[in-house]
Design a protein around this ligand. Structure first.
Ligand code: T1G
Length: 689
């Protein structure tokens, strides 16, 4: 008796009922049950049709991702879907929730599909570095045509049931209140009208027109080249769709299997599957159980209407929470609210928001020049200039103003949250909520737990992070927390490398080719080289200082480490090259040839080493949290899984050896973390912690 799949009857209609929480993933047990159910139904003459229905919150949400990378268990999904399609009785899939990946492939192998309007379906495999490996790349284009199929399998984004109906994926939208009854009624209609066993594999009308036209696929590749940069899976998906158009079904299936095997056994998919589970782990705090009560947050206060304060406020307005924004000067407040309105209006102009929505969100924002106006807020986030004295002054004032039980948070990027909390009589209600610029866009939120922060306050901040669409990672107090602390050694090495022999564009090229959206010097030019710089204190000691002294402040001045043309395209600068050569000479450094590998190792292995120290000190709960911070806050390429995962893929032994080699050459900055040495000695990895 299969514990998760049951064959029931409703007169002449058999119902294959699947119940495998939480998301009916197509595990081996589920696959077995489906095949057995179809076999039994097929053998029973009194059965005229079969309805495939999942209980719980969703139809199959895909293959069981946790099975990948392990020895395969029969029957494999491709066999299951072929078995369904070959059934002698019509099989009707009843879709609700999220019919994704292998789940949608299973539905496409059924002869008919009905769905409730709230259902979604899609092929997210590309987000796992994969492709639909159970016939999806061959059946989907036969239903929706190659262009839409390529869009669906390379974006990985789900579509609504309504769109699926319009595209011909779904045959009928049925009553939301009773999917199963509607599906059984539909099955009865199929039997009564003696409708054919519609096999998607036999369809050709949607692909015939594209046959022998490689330009369709090349145009798609060209249009998405930037988006697909570095990823292996998108191209493999396109090749399968191209095969579906130009080759017989079974040939296309063979290519799909071959390319799927290549991807699933490759490094990129291993990395992206790691990220899938890591993104779900961040919410699990070992000493704070899921049922920890959270504090009500109905009204938010934000201090500072600058870039960060404005972006932070938009997050809460977007979630329907009223926000009071306090500024010191009326012109600064006006400017801040103006930037927010322009932001919303440009989103509306792009058709991604209605003007009613713009007004509704602006209506939730109230400007003020008085801290006292925050007295009735449940959460107050301070987002002022990164200066400890100013922050301490604000928190001591807030302590007198804010109501009992209000959460006081600082958006500091580096500073000691415990010191800030000590300025109040309620340190248990103080923590850090470190947003990333632009705060209304960047998904990452570092929630900084102070030594006295109450568990309910931590639980509330994490929950709020989820509520405003962020991925919240809990970190401890240290200089720069997790992200910025690991950024420092990378920046340090980048600045040293350009003095020792490399040029800024060499370092940037290596990190760009590694997969970062841009290298540290191009990033510095984008942000502005004069952040934290002043002519009074400038000593011309670093390339950055000298460039600022020469008014090369970055993109905004058309020149920084790079020269920029009118379209802001960067090109290496002869003048900068000379400045750096002179600076090396002035510092008595004999420049040398530096390999790309050395650039990569010094910039990345030092980060991994710092990550190990962060784990040692308990500043991060687990190594995968560090990976999530870097992927969602600092542009680490998701197909490399994050710095800690990458370190394990390279091999911690190799990372350790290289660090020791650099330590011998360059000193203590490369001293391996004790944790790294211990793990290598024990033959373990970060994930074993
Ligand atoms: N396999 C295994 N576990 C899964 C899973 C899956 N497919 N989907 C979810 N889980 C677990 C998840 O780890 C979490 O566990 C719990 O379920 C709830 O998930 C051959 C190759 C369905 C939209 O990529 O996108 O099919 O943390 O917290 O926010 O072609 O889960 O509680 O222990 O995310 O409501 C393709 C992946 C697979 C969909 C629900 N399918 N899942 O979101 O809950 S590859 C996917 C999701 C494939 C075939 C190929 C989401 C969701 P825990 P959750 P949610």
């Amino acid at each position: 008796m299969n514990p998760v799949v049951e064959l029931r009857r409703d007169g002449e209609i058999a119902v294959l009922a699947v119940n495998s929480p939480p998301v009916n993933a197509l595990s081996a047990q589920v696959r077995e049950g489906i095949v057995e159910g179809i076999r039994q139904a097929g053998a029973d003459a009194s059965v005229k049709a079969v309805v495939l229905h999942c209980e719980g919150r969703t139809f199959f949400a895909g293959a069981d991702i946790s099975e990948f990378g392990k020895p395969p268990k029969q029957p494999m999904l491709p066999e299951v879907v072929d078995f369904i399609e070959a059934s002698s009785k019509p099989v009707i899939a009843a879709l609700h929730g999220t019919a994704l990946g292998g789940g949608l492939e299973t539905a496409l192998a059924c002869h008919y599909r009905v769905a409730v309007p709230s259902a979604k379906c899609g092929f997210p495999e590309v987000k796992l570095g994969l492709l639909p490996g159970a016939g999806g790349t061959q059946r989907l284009p036969r239903l929706v045509g190659p262009e839409r199929a390529m869009e669906m399998v390379t974006s990985g984004s789900p579509i609504s049931a309504k769109a699926a109906k319009e595209m011909g994926i779904v045959d009928e939208l049925v009553d939301e209140s009773d999917l199963l009854a509607s599906a059984i009624a539909f099955a009865r209609k199929v039997v009564a009208e003696n409708r054919p066993l519609k096999k998607v594999r036999d369809l050709d009308d949607k692909i015939a027109a594209a046959r022998g036209k490689p330009e369709i696929f090349d145009a798609f590749r060209k249009a998405n080249a930037r988006k697909f940069r570095g990823f292996q899976a998108p191209e493999y998906n396109v090749r399968c769709i191209e095969a579906a158009v130009n080759q017989p079904f079974d040939e296309g299936i063979r290519l799909e299997r071959q390319l799927f095997q290549e991807l699933v056994s490759g490094e990129q998919s291993a990395a992206q599957r790691h990220v899938f589970f890591a993104e779900r782990q961040v919410w699990k705090i070992p000493d704070i159980s899921d049922d920890t009560p959270t504090l009500p947050v109905k009204k938010v206060g934000v201090i500072g209407a600058g870039t960060m304060g404005g972006g932070i406020s938009m997050n809460f307005a977007n979630a329907g929470l009223p926000v009071t924004i306090v500024e010191a000067k009326p012109e600064a407040l006006e400017r801040g609210l103006g930037v927010i309105r322009r932001n919303y209006e440009s989103t509306a102009k792009k058709g991604r928001m209605s003007m009613e929505d713009v007004e509704r969100r602006m209506g939730l924002l109230t400007g003020s020049l008085k801290l006292e106006d925050l007295a009735d807020c449940d959460l107050i986030i301070e987002a002022v200039f990164e200066n400890m004295a100013i922050k301490k002054e604000i928190f001591s004032k807030l302590d007198a103003i804010a109501k009992p039980g209000a959460i006081l948070a600082s958006n500091t990027s580096y500073l000691n949250v415990n010191e800030i909390a000590a300025m109040t009589k309620r340190p248990e209600y103080v923590l850090g909520m470190h947003f990333f610029s632009p705060a209304n866009i960047m998904r990452l939120l570092e929630v900084v737990r102070g030594e006295k922060t109450d568990k309910r306050v931590v639980a509330t901040a994490m929950q709020l992070g989820r509520q405003i669409g962020k991925i919240a990672v809990l970190v401890g107090v240290c200089h720069g927390f997790v992200g910025n602390r690991m950024l420092e050694p990378r920046q340090r090495e980048a600045n040293r490398l350009i003095l020792e022999g490399a040029m800024p564009w060499d370092v940037d090229r290596v990190l760009y080719e590694f997969g970062f959206p841009m290298g540290p010097f191009a990033m510095a030019d984008l942000a502005g080289l004069d952040i934290g710089w002043s002519r009074e204190t400038s000593k011309g000691e670093t390339a950055r200082e000298i460039l600022c002294e020469q008014d090369r402040r970055g993109q905004k001045t058309g020149a920084g480490f790079y020269d920029y043309d009118e379209n802001r395209n960067a090109k290496p600068s002869k003048l900068v090259e000379q400045i750096i050569l002179d600076l090396s000479a002035k510092k008595g450094i004999t420049r040398r040839e530096i390999s790309d590998q050395e650039i990569l190792e010094r910039c990345v292995y030092t980060m991994i080493n710092e990550g190990a120290k962060i784990l040692e000190e308990g500043i991060a709960i687990r190594s995968s949290d560090i990976d999530i911070v870097w992927i969602n806050g600092y542009g680490w390429p998701v197909y490399r899984g994050g710095p800690m995962f990458y370190g394990e893929q390279v091999g911690l032994g190799k990372v350790l050896d290289r660090l020791r080699a650099y330590e011998a050459k360059f000193g203590a900055d490369f001293k391996p973390a004790a944790l790294l040495e211990r793990l290598v000695a024990e033959g373990k990895g970060f994930r074993d912690l």
